[in-house]
Design a protein around this ligand. Structure first.
Ligand code: HEC
Length: 166
C-alpha cells in the first residue's frame, strides 16, 4: 500500500513540475519580478553535446535529456560543489518533439544581484526555443523559485544522477 501511495505522490509531483515547466514556457511569472534580472548573461551552450549526457527522464509524453561538463561530473563524484562556470542543459521533448532547451549556469557572484529569498545560490536560468534563441518573456525567476528547494544539492534536482554518470 505504502509503495502505491508513494508512487501516486511521485506522479502527482512530476505532473506538477511538468505543469510549472509549462508555465515558465509561456512566460508566466508569479514572483512579480520585473524584466532584466540578468538571465540574458546566459548564452546558448552550442557545444553541450561534447560534454557528458548524465540522465534521461521519460514520463509518458515528456522526455528529458540532461547534459553537463566533465568537470561538473568529476566534482559531483568527489562530493564537491559544482565548479564555477558549470552549465547544465535539459533537452525537453513533448511527444518526441524538442520544444525547449532549459539551461542553468553557475558563476561565482551571479547570485549577488538577487535578494536572499529569490536567489538560487550562484545559478541563473534561461529557457531557449528549439531554434536556440532565448525565450525573452521568461527572466528565470520562476525557475529559481522552484530550484531553490534543492539548495542541499547545489540547486540541482538530478544532482545524485551525476554520481552515476560514466
Ligand atoms: C516547479 C518546479 C520547476 C520549475 C519552475 C523549473 N524547474 Fe527545472 N527542474 C525541476 C525538476 C523537478 C527537475 C528534475 C527533472 C524532472 O523531474 O523533470 C528540473 C531539472 C532541470 C534541469 C536539469 C538539472 C537539474 O536541476 O536536475 C535544468 C537545467 C532545469 N531544470 C532548468 C530550468 C529552467 C531554465 C527553468 C525555467 C525556465 C526551470 N528549470 C524551471 C523543477 C522545476
Amino acid at each position: 500500500m505504502k509503495v502505491v501511495a508513494a508512487f501516486v505522490l511521485c506522479m502527482a509531483f512530476s505532473l506538477g513540475v511538468a505543469a510549472l515547466h509549462a508555465e515558465t514556457m509561456t512566460g508566466a511569472d508569479s514572483s512579480g519580478a520585473t524584466a532584466a534580472v540578468g538571465n540574458e548573461l546566459i548564452a546558448f551552450p552550442e557545444s553541450y553535446r561534447d560534454g557528458v549526457h548524465y540522465n534521461t527522464i521519460d514520463r509518458g509524453s515528456i522526455r528529458e535529456e540532461m547534459y553537463t561538463s566533465e568537470a561538473a561530473i568529476a566534482a559531483a563524484k568527489s562530493g564537491k560543489p559544482l565548479p564555477d562556470g558549470t552549465v547544465i542543459l535539459n533537452e525537453w521533448y513533448e511527444d518526441g518533439q524538442l520544444t525547449h532547451y532549459f539551461v542553468m549556469e553557475k558563476r561565482i557572484g551571479w547570485g549577488a544581484d538577487y535578494s536572499e529569498d529569490a536567489r538560487a545560490g550562484d545559478w541563473r536560468f534561461r529557457d531557449f526555443h528549439p531554434d536556440r534563441s532565448p525565450n525573452l518573456s521568461d527572466n528565470g525567476t520562476g525557475c529559481m523559485a522552484c530550484h531553490r528547494s534543492q539548495a542541499a544539492k547545489d540547486f540541482v534536482w538530478t544532482r545524485d544522477r551525476m554520481n552515476e554518470a560514466k
